[in-house]
Design a protein around this ligand. Sequence first.
Ligand SMILES: [Zn+2]
Length: 461
Amino acid sequence: MKHVALLLFSCLFISSLQAQKVKTDEQDVEMLRKIYDEALARGESYQMLDFLTGQIGARLAGSPGAAAAVDWSKETMEAFDFDNVFLQEVMVPHWVRGQKEIGKIVNSKMGSVDVNVVALGNSVGSGPNGVAGKIVEVQNFEELAALGEAGVKGKIVFFNRRMDPTLIETFEAYGGAGNQRGAGPSEAAKYGAIGAVVRSLTNALDDHPHTGSTNYTPNLYKLPAVAISTNDADKLSRMLKDDPELEFYYETHSQMLPDKLSHNVVGELKGSSKADEYIVVGGHLDSWDLSEGAHDDGTGCVQSIEVLRILKAIGYKPKRTLRAVMFMNEENGLRGGRKYAELAAENKEKHIAAMESDRGGFKPLGFTFTAEDKQVERIKGWAPLFVPYQIYKFDTGGGGADISPLATQGVPMIGFYPDPQRYFDYHHTAIDTFDKVSRRELELGAATMAALTYLIDKYGL
Ligand SMILES: [Zn+2]
């Protein structure tokens, strides 16, 4: 039975390869096996993540944690004896949260009810006097515009649109609700609002508020803005229906300090025959300040380092130069990603592919791409090699924020794609911690990234 199955599989495998006219060979089958064996039997990614999250912890750009993470990544890649490890200087915004936020619903019938809120990233603080006033709920900017100044002026706006729970692609649901956090506070300011409370971007119903950047529109009043947990958003919505006159109070102490010097960290395995062509794999080293940033994006960083470590450990000599890049400041500025692309252009570095892991460290399903059709077709032709590892997804659909500035240089973008169903349970919260990461899934992800890196290096794109 086993032999029949194997034979059938081999036939399917070969015919599928022939159909795609891709010249992968038996050596590739063996190489992928070696890559997965190294990741699963002798992997280092989990230990790296343990240190990064447990010993260094939160790493918002400009913080002491971010600086420690820079030193740690450099030392880690040097200890793995990569051919070259270096820093790229980059000035980053330096936002600090200050003391813990306070949120209350104040209602004449029930008195004061505490709710869980956190300041949105990059937002100004209210200071000790807080923001107090009537609160008006909207689902979207159209409803806000319909209320206009008459309905909004002097009030707090409560943006309460859920992420669409019917979307299987949770990143799409996140994108669909995201403008409330990114642009909501400034939209509310247009109509004279004094504050903004935004429903946390998650499908989970719990008490953990999710932070994340807001972007103030220049020349508009910068109003203090908070995210509220989904349980408390539902509670507030219910209480508002019962008593539209209730008041809301919140207090935040965040502030933006002057920009600070920080760094991207780059590790290289030098190419042999085509050393002046680069393949990048990366994640972002910074995290939000509320937790140790395990899935966002500690996992992406350690997987990227692990890609190079695996290939070196199995004795693979790349043709092209492979780079693991720890980008700084994805969360509240993207300065590291922009600096990397700027330096690549300045140094006339030819990047043939850039891959990012920034969707969590869950079970790998495959990859998404923003690239020319023929490049996507070439990668899809390698798909049969991944079948034994239960990797089936090779679709168009984006790379990652940090590598996106390279797109203007025509670099194919590749996004590592793990199972997306639990990512937003933890994203930008206090519970994005090491214990939420499965060692097995993390290692499978690193191996999957290493396998595609190997194929791109060998065959080009
Ligand atoms: Zn991230």
